[in-house]
Ligand binder design. Structure first.
Ligand code: PLP
Ligand code: SF4
Length: 342
């Protein structure tokens, strides 16, 4: 079996942050120009598609770019953020709202599709723009809430006693200030039937300085049982800084899970997926979901066909303990939960 490189990666340090830059400064200083990213990585600008960048702009934290290998257009982290000409292809079955979320978006900022759980769009931006994102066409501007609107959305949760878990999603909820998030969780806590709080976030991965004391304080200082579902697709994303952020979260009593998206050219390989599970476990993160790509317009070139996806899953099961094998699922519009692919 070929050995897997990613755990031994060399950091390029192309963009190491001075340790004094706060997470807010780093979020305000993202790489947004394909030209700048190309230069930092010693690539040719022609490798990046300006037209694709216009449709969905490049956004990458400098920290995350620092985990990429220089001069390698096929770098698995670069592939996730690189505006590619293939995005312009119109492909049958790939649409702007593949999950038909707009039909479940009745209160602003609230998506209630699954029993017992509601998803709050707690921020309208991410630190990173992932090319395959199923929300790349989401009308965030219509879901940008002020406190009054939040209060009415929270009131609709308080009227439905079947809801026991509130999921903060986005965008990336941790792109929001701690002050806002603290206020929001204080309101959620006052709803007696809500027992659990969950955050779906990629920020600890792409900008680990986000997990500072202020953040840990509001996460700890509340009655809800809290978990964080990270989004990591490749072992090269698991940096020492992420591991240290995870250890602080774990000490704060927060359970950590991971969801990945199966992506052609990034992680459609059993050795990479097995290494990912091993490295997640080392960082105290429990593998949770491996999602088959949502059919969002612009992402068709990342699709791994179902038979290959299933074969990868069986190979993983044969190599790893059961608890390190994420559930392979597909989100089918209109179903009451994510659907296992097997
Ligand atoms: C994925 C998802 C959830 C959470 O589902 P779990 O199976 O509990 O992880 C909740 N609401 C929406 C809209 C989702 O897409
Ligand atoms: S971090 Fe998540 S929500 Fe944000 S662009 Fe990436 S996949 Fe989409």
């Amino acid at each position: 079996m070929p050995s897997v490189e990613p755990t031994k990666i060399q950091y390029t340090n192309i963009a190491s942050q001075p340790s004094t830059a706060s997470w807010q400064q780093q979020l305000g200083d993202l790489i947004r120009s394909p030209q700048e990213l190309s230069e930092l990585l010693d690539l040719k600008v022609e490798d990046l598609s300006a037209a694709a960048d216009k449709l969905f702009e490049l956004r990458v934290p400098r920290f995350f770019a620092g985990l990429m290998k220089k001069g390698d257009l096929n770098d698995p982290l670069l592939q996730q953020v690189l505006p590619a000409a293939a995005e312009l292809n119109k492909v049958d079955g790939f649409s702007a709202d593949p999950l038909k979320e707009s039909g479940f978006n009745n209160s602003p900022g609230l998506i209630h599709k699954y029993h017992g759980r509601v998803l709050l769009i707690a921020a309208n931006q991410c630190a990173i723009n992932c090319r395959y994102c199923f929300r790349r066409h989401f009308p965030y501007q219509d879901n940008h809430l002020g406190r009054d609107q939040w209060l009415s959305t929270l009131e609709s949760i308080s009227k439905d006693s079947s809801i026991s878990e509130v999921i903060l999603s986005g965008g990336d909820p941790l792109a929001q200030s701690d002050k806002q998030l603290k206020w929001l969780t204080e309101q959620i806590q006052q709803i007696p039937h809500v027992k659990r709080l969950r955050l779906h976030t990629r920020l600890p991965v792409v900008l680990p300085d986000r997990i500072n004391d202020e953040c840990l304080n509001w996460l700890k200082d509340q009655r809800l049982q809290t978990s964080i579902v990270l989004h990591i697709n490749h072992p090269q994303e698991i940096s020492p800084e992420l591991i240290s952020a995870c250890s602080r979260l774990k000490e704060a009593g927060i359970r950590l899970f991971n969801q990945s998206v199966l992506l052609k050219g990034v992680n459609d390989n059993v050795d990479v997926l097995a290494q990912l599970s091993e490295d997640l476990f080392t960082a105290w993160i429990q593998p949770y979901y491996l999602h088959q790509l949502d059919h969002v317009a612009g992402a068709a070139h990342f699709l791994v066909d179902d038979s290959h996806a299933k074969a990868l899953y069986h190979q993983l099961r044969a190599q790893l303990p059961g608890y390190l094998v994420p559930l392979l699922t597909q989100e089918i519009a209109g179903k009451s939960a994510k659907t296992p692919l097997l």
